[in-house]
Design a protein around this ligand. Structure first.
Ligand code: COA
Length: 345
C-alpha cells in the first residue's frame, strides 16, 4: 500500500476503467478528468494497493475548502474507491481508507466527506450518514414553450466567469457546506462538473449584468440541477425561476436525454434539485405551477478527522460526553449541508 507514482497515472485509470459507471461513463474517462483538470490533483492524494506488480485497489483524496459558519473548513473528499473484483473482500479498500484518513490528518484536514450507497461499509470505518433534504421539481403543464420565458444565454467563460464567480461567492457564502473556489478551480471544474456536458445558463438584469445562473446535467439517470446562484435583487429570484423552467423545457437535439436513453420531454419532466435553501425561489416556482416532491437523500457521509483542530477552529471547548461526530452534527447539521452537486467527486 502506498501513494501513486507519477508514471502510474495510466495504470490507475486502467484499474478504474473496470468500474461499470452510470450515465454512460467509462471509468477511464470519468476519473481521468480529475487527474487532468482538478488543480488540487496530486499523485500522492491517490492511495493504491499493488499485488504481483499490478495495481488492484485505489482510494483518492480530493482536497476541498468548505464554507461552514463563516469560516473555511479544510476537508478531505474521498472518491475513486475501487478494488478489482478478484481482490475484493480481503480488507484492502478498508486499509486504504484508513491510510487516507491518516494522510488527511497529516495534511491538516479536519473532516472527510464522501458520497456513497454502501453506508455499512463506510460506517464501520467511521463515516456517518448526513441525510439531506432534496426536491424533485415537476414540470408545469404550461411549461412547454421556452419562448414564453425571458431570454437566457449560455454561459461563456470568457465573458461571464467574473460575474458568475462573484454571484457564487455571495449566494454560497450563507450556505454551509459549499466549496470555496478560486479562478483556477472554477476553470478546472467547468471541465469536470458535467456528465459529460452541462447546460450552464445565465440571465441578465435590465442593465445587462448577470443576476442568476443555473447549471443542469444528466445525473444518475435524472435531469438534475448541479448548482444555482442569484443576486439579492428582487428580479433575480424570478430570473432564476426562469432558468429552472428553461432546464425543464424539452428540446431537440437533447444530448443529455439521448445519453439517458429517454425522449427529451420525458427526461425533462422531472428535475432533481440540489439542497439549496432558497425559500423565495421555491415560492416563485410554486406560483408558476412547478410542483415539488421532497425526499431525503441518503448519500452524504462525514467523518471527523481531527476533533481537536475542529473544536479550535470554531472556538469550541470540548463538551463533556460529546463525541466528535456529535460536535460536527452541531456545527454542521445535516439539513444545512448545501454541497452543490457540481462539486461532487
Ligand atoms: C466497495 C469496494 C471498494 C470494497 O472493496 P474491498 O477491497 O472488497 O473492501 P474490503 O475488503 O475492505 O471490505 C469489503 C467487505 O469485506 C469485509 N472484510 C474486510 N476485511 C476482511 C477480511 N480480512 N476478510 C474477509 N472480509 C473482510 C468488509 O467488512 C466488507 O464487508 P461489507 O461488504 O459487508 O461491507 C469494492 O466492492 C468495489 O470496488 N466495488 C465497486 C466500486 C464501488 O462501489 N466503490 C464504492 C463507491 S462509494
Amino acid at each position: 500500500m502506498r501513494t501513486l507514482r507519477r508514471d502510474e497515472r495510466e495504470a490507475v485509470l486502467a484499474l478504474l476503467d473496470e468500474w461499470p459507471l452510470s450515465d454512460g461513463w467509462r471509468g477511464r474517462d470519468y476519473f481521468g478528468r480529475y487527474i487532468e483538470l482538478d488543480p488540487t490533483y496530486a499523485d500522492d492524494n491517490f492511495w493504491v494497493a499493488e499485488q504481483d506488480g499490478q495495481l488492484v485497489a485505489c482510494v483518492q483524496i480530493f482536497p476541498r475548502q468548505l464554507r461552514v459558519r463563516g469560516t473555511t473548513l479544510p476537508v478531505g473528499g474521498i472518491g475513486s474507491v475501487f478494488t478489482r473484483e478478484a481482490a475484493r473482500g480481503s480488507g484492502v479498500a478498508s486499509r486504504l481508507l484508513e491510510a487516507s484518513v491518516a494522510a488527511m490528518r497529516e495534511r491538516s484536514m479536519e473532516v472527510s466527506l464522501l458520497f456513497a450507497s454502501r453506508h455499512a461499509f463506510y460506517g464501520r470505518l467511521g463515516w456517518l450518514l448526513w441525510p439531506r433534504q432534496r426536491s424533485l421539481w415537476l414540470r408545469a403543464d404550461t411549461n412547454t414553450a421556452p419562448d414564453a420565458l425571458r431570454p437566457v444565454e449560455a454561459f461563456d467563460a470568457s465573458r461571464d466567469l467574473d460575474e458568475v464567480m462573484a454571484l457564487h461567492e455571495r449566494y454560497s457564502a450563507s450556505r454551509d457546506g459549499t466549496v470555496v473556489r478560486d479562478r483556477a478551480f472554477w476553470l478546472g471544474q467547468l471541465g469536470f462538473a458535467g456528465n459529460p456536458t452541462e447546460e450552464f445558463l445565465v440571465a441578465r438584469d435590465a442593465a445587462g449584468r448577470v443576476e442568476a445562473y443555473a447549471r443542469a446535467s444528466l445525473f444518475e439517470g435524472f435531469c438534475a440541477i448541479l448548482e444555482l446562484g442569484r443576486s439579492d435583487a428582487p428580479t433575480a429570484t424570478l430570473a432564476l425561476a426562469d432558468l429552472v423552467q428553461h432546464s425543464m423545457a424539452p428540446r431537440d437535439p437533447d444530448p443529455s436525454a439521448a445519453r439517458a436513453g429517454r425522449p427529451s420531454a420525458e427526461f425533462r419532466r422531472m428535475l432533481l434539485a440540489p439542497t439549496h435553501d432558497d425559500a423565495a425561489l421555491d415560492a416563485a416556482l410554486a406560483a408558476r405551477g412547478v410542483a415539488a416532491k421532497h425526499f431525503e437523500e441518503r448519500a452524504s457521509m462525514l467523518r471527523v478527522v481531527n476533533a481537536e483542530a475542529l473544536a479550535r477552529r470554531f472556538g469550541e471547548a470540548p463538551r463533556v460526553g460529546e463525541s466528535p461526530a456529535s460536535m460536527l452534527r452541531r456545527l454542521l447539521p445535516p439539513e444545512q449541508l448545501v454541497f452543490w452537486p457540481a462539486d461532487r467527486f
